[in-house]
Write a protein that binds this ligand. Structure first.
Ligand SMILES: Nc1nc2c(ncn2[C@@H]2O[C@H](COP(=O)(O)OP(=O)(O)OP(=O)(O)O)[C@@H](O)[C@H]2O)c(=O)[nH]1
Ligand SMILES: [Mg+2]
Length: 691
């Protein structure tokens, strides 16, 4: 049976690494009755970290989907990884989800990756709830974290629960429950550690001042958004619970406010109220505006589909998992309905696709379903042409939805198969990995026999290496990782490419003038026609020339590295009465491009990383001087209690093995995260090494 769209929630759990996303998810599954015991990340027994690689490392690597019932709603939930190397998993999840739960650690507060995922959620306008977790840890600070959320994330966080006590059980005033500010009740969770039963009591005398203070804060904020609420307040009336919830929901959906809850997922405190809040304050598919797309035949025509089963079918593929019996495509349905054994249209590829089977995905398990409707998330087995980011739609009502963009890779590693049978197998495995992971690239160099694989960071490549060697038992030699360089040109240049030759006895002649210029607005090279060129060149010649210019742009620069930030404009062309044809223009275009690259000057670009290091004060000196030796530019330092947070920018080339070095310098006490921030010019000596 398809789900009632009004009772669905599609949410993602996002956060910095180790904040507790998987632990929160595991608890949600348990309290919803989906599982009968609670798995633990540290024992490798959770539902969503099912991959052996995840279990061994104790971190999430790939996003996992689960569906769980809570009261009268059904929640499709995606647990995402926090490590920045797997940021694509967050990006694709946020692209298709309606709401987010952002988890913070009450001890660490807002961390580097919390900011990144917050911005990603902003980009897709995903309303969210904050959950301040790990209230049982020593040094947990709910109100400090709340301030950081306000200041660093620039939003309006409003607590709907506040903690009673904080810190571990042996401390005085340990964390033991929460105050529900909407119901004005004290909630405790029994039995201790298990938390299956939520005990609701009146707020005792000693906590009533705290509860009243934050209740007033909540109501005051909401009254700014609701006339009805204000009137009741002015009239001295009690504000009904339903009105508070309604206003909170509207404010959250509009992105005006972020409800904040708290707890300790590990100890089973505060998770049921979080589930209640997901149901109460986060949007369902029916609350979403109509999805926008374009007419596949004319990109200037915008089309819309309402989130309703009555509309024509439209959906987006957001993830692919390769399995033994074929790929499993994860699809979000935006409108219409989809049945098993039907046919759909992929407008981007102009291909009809068969949909033989539909599956409801439950982490690594799945169950077959016959039909699904607008708003739902489903797995399809049997698609042949579709990849991540592709639209699927009704062939009679085509629409092209916005695809998903993924970041550029920054790090590469050469691998070599030991034999030619291995080479074939390696090729197949790499193709499959590329289908699954849009931030993974592999390119074979036929001259050297090496394959260069590229990804988002050291951990990303290490996980891939592990898969190749262990899971697929491939015999490959693996070289050390190195930086993925890019190239661009120094300055704008106008050049004329020529073709004057005889091929198969036929003379060929063409001349094409182009301008190549640095173009910051597009990371990928682009080719555009100049204002008057269409009047001077026959359309087929111009198209042929532009195709070649685009191919050359994708083929890389003078040093063979991918080109970035280059725009090529076709300015003019000259045609010979008898000797010009498409081939002549193709050759002239290639000549123009090569001349342009040669004369435009080479700029070698290297990835620059944004680094955030958290250091106890005793080790600050060592860490800072090490960073300076690595050509890091420190952009900000901020004291947080007895630790300092250093923000810096440094070339990735100087950061290989940094995590280990940093731990060594601080006796394991400093932590760091890094993420690609931009490509910047590499030092001249590096460029010279390639010339
Ligand atoms: N003390 C305490 N520890 C917790 C709590 N929640 C999670 N942890 C621990 O924190 C560590 C990380 O938890 P995970 O649930 O794997 O965190 P995550 O956010 O899923 O991490 P990634 O998926 O790798 O980004 C594990 O050792 C958990 O046992 C909590 O409420 N209190
Ligand atoms: Mg996790």
């Amino acid at each position: 049976m398809p789900q009632d769209i009004h009772k669905l929630r599609n949410i993602g759990i996002i956060a910095h690494i180790d904040a507790g996303k998987t632990t929160v998810t595991e608890r949600m599954l348990y309290y919803s009755g989906f599982t009968h015991r609670v798995g633990e990340v540290d024992k490798g027994t959770t539902v969503t970290d099912y991959d052996p690689e995840e279990q061994e490392r104790g971190i999430t690597i790939q996003s996992a989907c689960v569906t769980l019932p809570w009261q009268d709603v059904v929640i499709n939930l995606i647990d995402t990884p926090g490590h920045v190397d797997f940021t694509a998993e967050v990006e694709r999840s946020l692209r298709v989800l309606d709401g987010g739960v952002v988890v913070f650690s009450a001890r660490e507060g807002v961390e580097a990756q919390s900011e990144t995922v917050w911005r990603q959620a902003d980009k897709y306008h995903v309303p969210r709830i904050a959950f301040i977790n790990k209230m049982d840890r020593e040094g947990a600070d709910f109100f400090g974290t709340l301030d950081e959320i306000r200041c660093r994330l620039g939003c309006k966080p409003v607590p709907v629960t506040v903690p009673v006590g904080s810190g571990p059980p042996h401390q005085r005033d340990a964390f033991r429950g929460i105050l529900d500010l909407v119901r004005m009740k004290l909630l405790t969770f029994q039995p201790p550690g298990e938390g299956t039963e939520v005990v609701v009591e009146d707020i005792p005398e000693e906590l009533s001042a705290l509860a009243q203070q934050w209740r007033t804060h909540l109501v005051d904020h909401l009254s700014l958004l609701s006339d009805e609420l204000t009137e009741r307040l002015l009239g001295g009336e009690e504000v009904p619970e339903a009105l508070l919830r309604k206003t909170l929901r509207e404010a959250t959906l509009a992105g005006l406010m972020v409800p904040v809850l708290c707890g300790s997922a590990l100890d089973g405190i505060g998770v049921q109220p979080l589930l209640d809040a997901v149901a109460a304050y986060l949007p369902g598919p029916a609350d979403m505006p109509p999805v926008e797309g374009r007419d596949p035949k004319d990109a200037s025509v915008k089309l819309h589909r309402k989130p309703s089963a009555a509309e024509p079918f439209s959906a987006l593929v957001f993830k692919i998992q390769a399995e033994r019996h074929g790929d499993l495509h994860y699809v979000r349905i935006y409108s219409g309905r989809l049945k098993a054994n039907s046919r759909v249209y992929n407008p981007g590829k102009d291909k009809k696709e068969n949909v033989p089977q539909l599956w409801r995905i439950q982490a690594d398990h799945r169950s077959q379903v016959e039909a699904v409707e607008a708003g739902d998330i489903v797995g399809i087995v049997g698609l042949r042409h579709s990849v991540t980011g592709d639209t699927l739609c009704d062939a009679h009502h085509p629409i092209l939805l916005e695809s998903i963009t993924f970041p550029e890779t920054v790090i590469s590693m050469a691998i070599e198969p030991e034999s030619s049978t291995e080479r074939k197998k390696l090729g197949e495995v790499l193709e499959m990995m590329k289908r699954q992971d849009p931030t993974f690239r592999a390119r074979e160099n036929e001259e050297t026999g090496q394959t260069l694989i590229s990804g988002m960071g050291e951990l990303h490549l290490e996980v891939i290496k592990h898969r190749l060697l262990r899971d697929y038992r491939l015999n490959v030699r693996v070289h050390k990782p190195r930086v993925s360089y890019r190239e661009t040109i120094q300055h704008a240049i106008e050049v004329t490419g020529e073709c004057r030759r005889t091929m198969g006895g036929q003379p060929l002649w063409a001349r094409l003038t182009t301008r190549l210029e640095p173009f910051a607005a597009s990371p990928k090279p682009i080719v555009v026609p100049g204002p008057d060129v269409a009047a001077r060149l026959p359309e087929s010649f111009l198209t042929a020339a532009m195709e070649v210019l685009a191919e050359h742009g994708e083929g890389g620069g003078s040093l063979g590295f991918p080109l970035m930030h280059v725009r090529t404009t076709v300015l003019d062309g000259q045609v010979h009465e008898t000797e010009s044809n498409e081939l002549a223009f193709r050759l002239a275009a290639a000549d123009a491009f090569n001349k342009g690259l040669r004369d435009g000057g080479i700029v070698l670009l290297e990835p620059i990383m944004r680094l955030e290091v958290t250091v106890p004060e005793d080790y600050l000196g060592e860490i800072v001087s090490d960073l300076q030796q690595r050509r890091a530019i420190i952009t900000r330092t901020q004291a947080r209690g007895r630790t300092t947070v250093i923000e810096a920018q440094a070339p990735l080339a100087n950061l290989f093995g940094y995590s280990g070095a940093m731990r060594g310098l601080s006796q394991g006490r400093a932590t760091c995260t890094m993420e690609p921030s931009a490509y910047g010019p590499a030092p001249p000596e590096v460029l010279e090494g390639f010339l």
